[in-house]
Ligand binder design. Structure first.
Ligand code: FAD
Length: 298
């Protein structure tokens, strides 16, 4: 079943991992992936060059492990900024050869001091190119419930989001956010703009104050008072921060699923134990939501 079809049948639960550092072999991630396999996610996506790191190797190899060793649908991230059309076609061929036909088409994070190639300055150009060249691929794109940091305003950002969908993106994965109301307001804006593809909510369990500060600085995502208080109160206790960060993410997920979200995309940060704890505490909520979806379709 294609990912697009999957959204019609259930509340999707997907995970995101990133390749190990260049100094580690790709296989170093296998134990983490095997632990994540026990959660039975609907798909696992693998980043490529995220955070402005120079394009690292390993994404295709990890997608191969996920798709062909673990038997879980894999999604390869494909950032366009530093790739030519030929590079993208070669990457799609490599993915095709391992039976991975799902990509997340992105502009990509900027690499300081490195000049973009110029073939894909925005994600919509990459989406259109892939859609035209390889119509057999399923294409996801990114969206931003708190508005993209470079956009002058929401109207501008949503207009560009609509371009990506019109160009062929068949599902969207959101940037992380900590305030569900921001996601609901964003959803309303997308509907008004005529965007009707499934939108997965990106949830990042934050269990470490430094990590949260770094991520929110890069992404521009605001930290709500409730979460800031948790960080201030528990920052010196690793165990309390872990429990509180997981509880916060679980709370977000339960609310989103009960409001009928299309899917949850968990930024695992390669921490399988945290992902497993979150799944164990929310699994029944997904299952109950899916029973009602199936009743609606019956
Ligand atoms: P775009 O859709 O191109 O948007 C970027 C900005 O340009 C926005 O402000 C938008 O409003 C504006 N814009 C869009 N189209 C146009 C246009 N045609 N004309 C003028 N302005 C336009 N980065 C990586 O490098 N590797 C990864 O693996 C990775 N994974 C990610 C996964 C997810 C789920 C998310 C949410 C982000 C990920 N990123 C990754 C980060 C992403 O590359 C950055 O957020 C980047 O700044 C924007 O990417 P985009 O695809 O949303 O870009």
């Amino acid at each position: 079943m294609s990912l697009t079809e999957l959204f019609k049948t259930k509340t999707v639960f997907s995970l995101e991992v990133f390749p190990p550092k260049k100094s580690s072999p790709t296989e170093a991630i296998l134990p983490t992936l095997k632990r994540l396999q026990s959660i039975h996610p609907d798909f696992i996506s693998v980043t490529l060059g995220a955070g402005g790191t120079d394009h690292c190797n390993g994404t295709v190899e990890i997608a191969n492990l996920i798709q062909n060793q673990l038997d879980i649908p894999a999604v390869s991230h494909v950032p366009g900024l530093y790739q030519s059309k030929e590079d993208v076609l070669a990457l799609l061929d490599r993915l095709d050869s391992i039976n991975v036909k799902n990509i997340l088409a992105l502009r990509g994070d900027r690499i300081p001091g490195k000049e973009p190639v110029g073939d894909f300055n925005h994600a919509n150009e990459l989406v259109a190119f892939v859609h035209e060249q390889r119509p057999d691929f399923s294409i996801a794109s990114a969206c931003y419930p708190n508005c993209h940091t470079e956009a002058p305003d929401f109207v501008n950002d949503i207009t560009h989001l609509k371009q990506k969908v019109d160009a062929g993106a068949d599902h969207l994965i959101s940037q992380l956010f900590f305030d569900n109301q921001a996601f609901y307001d964003f959803k309303e804006k997308t509907e008004l703009a005529g965007i009707h593809v499934p939108i997965e909510a990106g949830i990042m369990p934050c269990t470490n104050k430094n990590q949260i500060e770094r991520i929110t600085q890069i992404s521009g995502v605001p930290i709500p008072k409730k979460f800031a208080a948790i960080m201030d109160r528990y920052q010196n206790s690793e165990e309390a921060m872990l429990d509180a960060g997981i509880a916060f993410a679980v709370d977000q997920i339960i609310d989103l699923v009960s409001q009928g979200v299309d899917g949850i995309h968990l930024y695992t940060m390669n921490k399988s134990k945290i992902a497993k704890r979150i799944w164990n505490e929310t699994r029944s909520v997904f299952e109950a939501a899916d029973t009602s979806i199936q009743k609606d379709h019956a």
